[in-house]
Ligand binder design. Sequence first.
Ligand code: ADP
Ligand code: MG
Length: 611
Amino acid sequence: MADVIHLLPDSVANQIAAGEVVQRPASAVKELLENSVDAGASIIKLIVKDAGKTLLQVIDNGKGMSATDARLCFERHATSKIQKADDLFNLSTKGFRGEALASIAAIAQVELKTKQATEDLATLIEIEGNEVKQQEFCSAPEGTSIAVKNLFYNVPARRNFLKSDPVEFRHIIEEFQRVALPHPEIAFSLYHNGQEVFHLQQGNLRQRIIAIFGNSYNERLVPVDEDTSIVNVGGFVGKPQFAKKSRGEQYFFLNNRFIKSSYLHHAIQMAFAELLTADSFASYFLLLEVDPKTIDVNIHPTKTEVKFEDERLVYSILRSAVKRALGKYNIAPTLDFDKETTFDFIPLPKDATVKLPTISVNPDYNPFAEKQETTKHTVLQKNLDQPSFEQFMAEKNNVSQQEMMSENETTVLLPENETQVLQDASLHYQLHNAYVLTHIKTGFMIIDQQHAHERVLYERYVKQMNANHSASQQLLFPVNVELNAADYELMLQLADEIKLLGFDFSEFGKNTLIVHGIPADLTEHSTRQMIEQLINNFKNNEQELNLDKRDNLAQAMARSMGIKTGQKLTNEEMANLVNELFACQMPYSSPQSKPTLTTFALTDLERRFKK
Ligand code: ADP
Ligand code: MG
């Protein structure tokens, strides 16, 4: 049989490659702008017509190309940026694959004008579908101008696939910003259909952010600056009070290249955790610098993901750096300490009898047994101080957030009589079996019962696990709990920690556990259900969050044991909940950063009633 394999002509190969490199006008913009940055330009101008469908032109004052290079740059794998494989591990340029111009020229009509400082004349090349139509000398200023006309003119399927002009232009703006933000030392401008859209002068990062996003950003930015041997972190985060309800401006740049990382994004969220409500997003413009050797850059040209050598450590450093920045600039939480002390805890009358608390899931827990604990009131900013090296290391070794918190806390002891549980039932009121309304001196407060109780339990479980002691009650009749194989495995893996939560169990074989003891505050009939819920919550957390095992378990357990929305509470239960909540280190948010309470000032009421 005849041979059937043959090599594709360059033009076809390039067109295939172009499909990967150039998906839409914005991808070409990114490549052209990056080439200009790599060429050392200090002024870069982007001219766009019809959202790039008709024209994309980038003009720079960079180092330009020789006549030979001007011809060569359109060849595939033609690059001046690396020479040998080793160079891949020491990249300082944005490009290195030598594919962009070849790809763009395969699917557009391109006109290149370029001149080096040492030459008298510039080179003009016109190329179309990878075919050189014209090459001549001409006069032009120093630098390079590349005009890309009629993108996808020879790939109608692609052209038809493009979105409307406003959508495509938005993508262009996004790419433009991603290149311009980390390079404030370069002046950038952008014109669309003859109108100037951006005019960014040379300056510093703060000025660049303001020039792009508006003057109002000036007061919103908190500088982040942390140099470590592994990564240098610079840039800004937005103050929490300006957080947006929709994902706003969130930019990571790694060695000045825009990257996306949901993992690092999570680090920022954790740093903000206590300061933001769950439905708001902090903005950030963070520049990370690492030794190029420690990252894997050999990624797809259009991909923005990156692989670090030690991602966990970068995560911890980033989180600490942002926390520290927020602390240093004293981002006052909405409820500051002054207000906190005004919570009105009325002392018990001398001869009053104290009833045992009766929250149903928690029959044996006596808040008065831990008086020392309940007299603790802590300031919200306690964990925002400068993290020490030990803390970095502690984080590296995966110490829980909770443990970290306890290191720097400022503990304020309130007078004994102010910390007594509020037993006057009339001062609590349950709304829709979901919220507890209570008096405070300055007005009133509404507590979300589910979030609040999760916070209370979470802190209790973390403490219990860290103290290595568990409150377990032995069952009169051990209970067999049969699980599926995967859950059974998970239970065995987590056995040590789960035992610290108060469960006492052994293997019965055949995916069955025999449970001898349960946490002191769990009633017997729900053993199986509780274990199943615990496993489910744990697995959910594992998928969505990056918690350490203990944190995850404490959250999972708090979630399954906690009072739920819809549950009717007695007056005593409400009183206990309020009291226990304010004995917490971080009473204002649930372990998953949802708010536990909101306050209303009397002055607000007075205003409403026009007093
Ligand atoms: P890469 O950027 O990966 O090297 P490109 O196809 O984007 O590949 O560019 C090929 C080469 O063309 C570059 O390595 C560079 O030498 C040259 N080049 C491209 N754009 C410019 C420019 N604006 N100024 C100077 N040289 C350029
Ligand atoms: Mg390039």
